[in-house]
Design a protein around this ligand. Structure first.
Ligand SMILES: Nc1nc2c(c(=O)[nH]1)N[C@H]1C(S)=C(S)[C@@H](COP(=O)(O)O)O[C@H]1N2
Ligand SMILES: [Mo]
Length: 548
């Protein structure tokens, strides 16, 4: 029996079909690699107790997020909003599947090149793991084991495919000369058929997928984060806030004055929400201080807490966007902690760091002046939700989140702007991030109709914010006409947003509406349009709507 391939005499479809099977083999080997690595990584965290990232998927995703240029971050937030992490996951899956398929085909054509390429992709994963904060050599084990297993399987399955291919080619040749069919039988030496190889590849893909999913589930499930908050109890604040009835309106579609925790926007670079145990948490104050200090969660619970109404805003928020939310925060003023450590006169910045290595650079005045810059432990009367920074985060009125609102905070380094920089600064965002005066139309929504009441009137409604300066006036303009002053709801805090409404009588048909605010210093919101990067979007929010 002739077992060498003769592509010219065999049927033309033969090599092409082998190519598809090889692609499937590549995908199967890749899936099994990741399944093994992700499962091992989940177990690894518990076995070794490493604080680093040993999951290659998380590491590559995290490295990608860290390397994302500002225009791409902007595009992602604009296009996917807070689903940007899901979009990243889907994008990574597509790229990996195509890459593995290509490597499978390469292995069929040039075996050593293919397995080398596979290993190289694994090396990229290992480098990503090693680049993550708090990662050590031991964290490489899951990736190395996964890649080793995957590369071996890839080689083996491609060998079986080649054996099956050559015997099928031989049969095709026989069939061509004898005029009878003979395909589908097993290679007498290895027992391999294309079908059996394909089935193996499918099995590996399924097994790998299960491993990946189980790994993710295992890494997040069953880790109680509220431990400590419950054990130690959050103290009653010495100064509480009460939200007056008149801060909100009953206009349908109008933002609630206080944003419920479950509706609060979430923005961070963490691909997996850090699960920090309050009992083991501590915060260190380091750098340009008289004495470095460290406090535990229990220490923090013994201090005098205050409540404050503060609206957080993301610098990535577009004009009219929803990356903004208002909450009652409870915590201990940061200035008291800094005073205890003793800030040296040359310091002008605090670099706050979270468990996952993310940092923010905040001007020291914002943390030491009279404003309610807090080490917050509760949000709207509940311990911080994990995704909003449990057990402790920073909340600083007047500054965008990227320069101030560090979640899962564990270190405050007192330093200087000429010596240190926060996470986003080298990535194209401004060093300083004061929040720009902004206003938004909630009602009507773009393109919607408004039904006039018996008097032919409709009601517009929205929010305006200029944290720590306050909002003094909101005006609306219909169809480019006169600016009309809107009614302002009560303003319990200059650090939070202010709701507004406006009653308007107009003709049925198409209209356009614009809004602008004036802050507490008398400055009118600019109509000069700016994109979010580098220091926050500006311009008036406009919507088109119909009456009737
Ligand atoms: N640890 C950590 N804290 C972080 C971030 C982050 O990526 N990591 N992002 C900041 C940004 S850009 C914003 S806008 C706020 C958002 O806070 P929220 O998710 O509670 O709304 O968190 C800030 N704190
Ligand atoms: Mo942000």
């Amino acid at each position: 029996m002739v077992l060498t391939r003769e592509p010219d005499t065999a049927s033309a479809a033969t090599p092409e079909r082998g190519t598809w099977v090889a692609a499937a083999v590549g995908v199967g080997a890749g899936a099994l690699t990741l399944g093994t690595a992700e499962l091992l990584a989940a177990a690894w965290v518990r076995l070794v107790g490493s604080a680093g990232v040993s999951s290659p998927l998380l590491a590559v995703g995290g490295a990608f997020v860290d390397l994302t240029p500002p225009w791409l971050k902007d595009f992602a937030v604009e296009t996917f909003g807070t689903a940007d992490k899901l979009a990243l996951g889907v994008g990574m899956a597509v790229v990996l599947i195509l890459l593995c398929a290509a490597i499978g085909v390469l292995t069929l054509r040039r075996r050593p090149w293919g397995t080398t390429a596979f290993t190289l992709v694994g090396v990229v994963g290992a480098v990503a793991v090693f680049s993550r904060p708090a990662t050590g050599v031991l964290d490489l084990v899951p990736t190395v084991v996964g890649v080793g297993l995957g590369a071996w399987l890839l080689g083996r399955l491609v060998d079986r495919l080649r054996a099956a291919d050559s015997v099928e080619a031989a049969w095709a040749q026989e069939a061509a000369s004898e005029g009878t069919g003979g395909s589908g039988e097993a290679n007498p030496v290895t027992g391999a058929t294309r079908r059996s190889v394909l089935v193996s590849a499918g099995g590996l893909t399924a097994l790998g997928a299960v491993g990946i999913l189980a790994g993710q589930a295992l890494a997040t499930v069953g880790r109680t984060v509220q431990r400590g908050a419950e054990a130690l109890g959050i103290p009653v604040p010495t100064r509480t806030v009460s939200v007056p009835e008149g801060a909100g309106s009953d206009v349908g579609g109008h933002s609630a004055y206080v944003t419920p925790n479950e509706d609060y926007y979430r923005i961070d670079t963490a691909l997996r929400v850090p699960r920090v145990d309050a009992v083991n948490w501590s915060l260190r104050v380091t750098g340009l201080v008289d004495e470095e200090i460290e406090i535990s969660y229990a220490d923090l619970m013994e201090e005098e807490h205050v409540e404050a109404l503060v609206t957080l805003t993301c610098v990535s928020n577009q004009v009219g966007g929803d990356l903004v939310g208002n909450a009652v925060w409870q915590g201990w003023p940061i200035r008291e902690l800094l005073a205890r450590a003793g800030v040296q006169p040359e310091a002008d910045m605090v670099l706050s760091r979270s468990t996952d290595g993310w940092t923010a650079g905040t001007p020291i005045e914002a943390l030491t002046d009279e404003r309610d810059a807090l080490l917050a432990v509760a949000m709207n009367g509940e311990p911080l939700p994990a995704e909003h920074g449990f057990p402790v985060r920073m909340v600083v009125p007047g500054l965008y989140g990227y320069v101030s609102a560090t979640k899962w905070v564990t270190e405050l380094k007192v330093t200087r702007f000429d010596a240190d920089e926060g996470y986003w600064t080298p990535r194209g965002w401004a060093e300083l991030g004061p929040i720009k005066t902004a206003s938004r139309i909630d009602v009507p929504r773009e393109g919607r109709g408004l039904a006039p009441d018996a008097d032919g009137a409709v009601v517009f409604a929205g929010v305006a914010w200029a944290q720590h300066r306050g909002i003094d006036r909101v005006e609306v303009q219909v169809d480019g006409g006169q600016w009309e002053e809107a009614s302002l709801m009560e303003e319990p805090s200059v650090d939070s947003w202010r709701l507004w409404t406006h009653r308007w009588v107009g003709e049925p048909g198409e209209h356009s509406l614009a809004v602008r605010a004036t802050d507490g210093t008398g400055e009118v919101q600019t109509d000069i349009s700016a994109p979010p990067a580098p220091d926050g979007a500006s311009g008036w929010h406009r919507v088109g709507f119909q009456i009737g």
